[in-house]
Design a protein around this ligand. Sequence first.
Ligand code: ADP
Length: 286
Amino acid sequence: MHEGEETSEAGRPRGHELSATGVTVAYEGVDVVHDASMTLKPGEVTVLVGPNGSGKSTLLRTLARLQRPRTATLVIDGDTDGLALSPREFSRHVALLTQGRPTPSGLTVRDVVEFGRYPHRGRWGKADPGGRAAVDRALAMTGVEDLAERGAEHLSGGQLQRVWLAGCLAQETGVLLLDEPTNHLDLRYQVELLDLIRDLADDHGIAVGAVLHDLDQAAAIADRILLLDEGRVIADGDPEDVLTPERLTGTYGIHIEVDSDPLTGRLRTRAIGRHHSRSERLSTTS
Ligand code: ADP
């Protein structure tokens, strides 16, 4: 692949396929991800779900080369060894929105989003002809263009989350990885962000991989869901095939029912806790 080849004629990124096989990752000598494989395809949204500590973040970070695996093969578009690319080359293909990024101080929102352009700048930090337009586009797509000249330290958690996402979009990669992107967002921005993720895949052909906690949100936007349990991918496929009541109940250790939302036709899950039934509650308090 050559410099500049990643963007289409319209100046927007085109999707890349990112395939990971045999991913095993250890922390302090203990394996926490075991021989996992996943493929992100252009125009598809793949969502990783699973209980806390099941290895979702670790797997996603390994795909972004932020975590060193014990074993793994990363292949871009079927023939490029992702682990052999320079960090700068790799960053032109793959962007990751990490969790819990710090609040930048002394920088405007535009400055923060411009950081996303680093893999496209010339060797000495100059010459990025498409940079200004890419940053403006990213600010608009995430709804933070009105904040562009504001100091980033004055933003709310939700605004800052959208600014960091804008930085990833300004990177104009064909693969976008998102680790719990709806964290800190109120309901409106959660829904808007999920819509934006779907648009990125549908309209720009981007290959999206995301970790989400909310199973209903996962089912609503995913083409494909990977369910992780104790570091292993225990199911990989269409949301309806993966999110079955038996499998979810076994994996999460709580009774989970699954049905179809009559309004949207989407798959809907319900975890049944001890205080779930209103009629039961009323009968115990009366
Ligand atoms: P998830 O994203 O599904 O919550 P993680 O990938 O964060 O899971 O964690 C998988 C396992 O690795 C957990 O047991 C967690 O405690 C452990 N782990 C995660 N990060 C570290 C770390 N930096 N050092 C040691 N253990 C870690």
